[in-house]
Design a protein around this ligand. Structure first.
Ligand code: SF4
Ligand SMILES: [Zn+2]
Length: 132
């Protein structure tokens, strides 16, 4: 069930689930279970979620997406929010994380260039406005 995928929550507003999520080890979890595993409350351990991520065939894709989108909370690709911050800093040569790129509001995953849309969707919108 897509709604149960842990990252569906923080990124649902900007991104449609990419195809690799079909293979996610967490895809059949109930939403509450996914919440407990990947968004543990303060003081609760994230270990169980991280163990599941270790067996996940798409952990790399999951981590890459969380880093690209700049998800601030939860466990993704086996990495906690703090571990991801450290990873971004490491990739950045010690500098704090840059602002994540703004993504197209149509959910195509493209970078927004104008009016919250990627170039393709922006062009499409302008063409449809010209036709109207
Ligand atoms: S790495 Fe973890 S959070 Fe990401 S898709 Fe796999 S099981 Fe789910
Ligand atoms: Zn787009």
């Amino acid at each position: 069930m897509l709604a149960s995928l842990p990252w569906a929550k923080p990124v649902a507003a900007t991104l449609l689930p990419p195809p690799w999520t079909d293979d996610a080890a967490c895809r059949d979890l109930e939403p509450e279970e996914a919440d407990q595993l990947f968004f543990p409350e303060r003081g609760h351990s994230a270990t169980k979620g991280q163990v599941l991520c270790r067996s996940c065939p798409v952990a790399k894709e999951c981590l890459d997406m969380a880093l690209t989108v700049g998800v601030e909370f939860g466990t993704f690709g086996g990495a906690s929010a703090r571990q991801r911050q450290a990873l971004v800093k490491e990739r950045n040569g010690g500098r704090p994380p840059a602002q994540p790129p703004k993504l197209c509001s149509m959910g195509c995953g493209g970078r927004a260039v104008a009016r919250g849309l990627c170039q393709r969707h922006y062009d499409q919108e302008r063409r449809s406005m010209a036709l109207a």
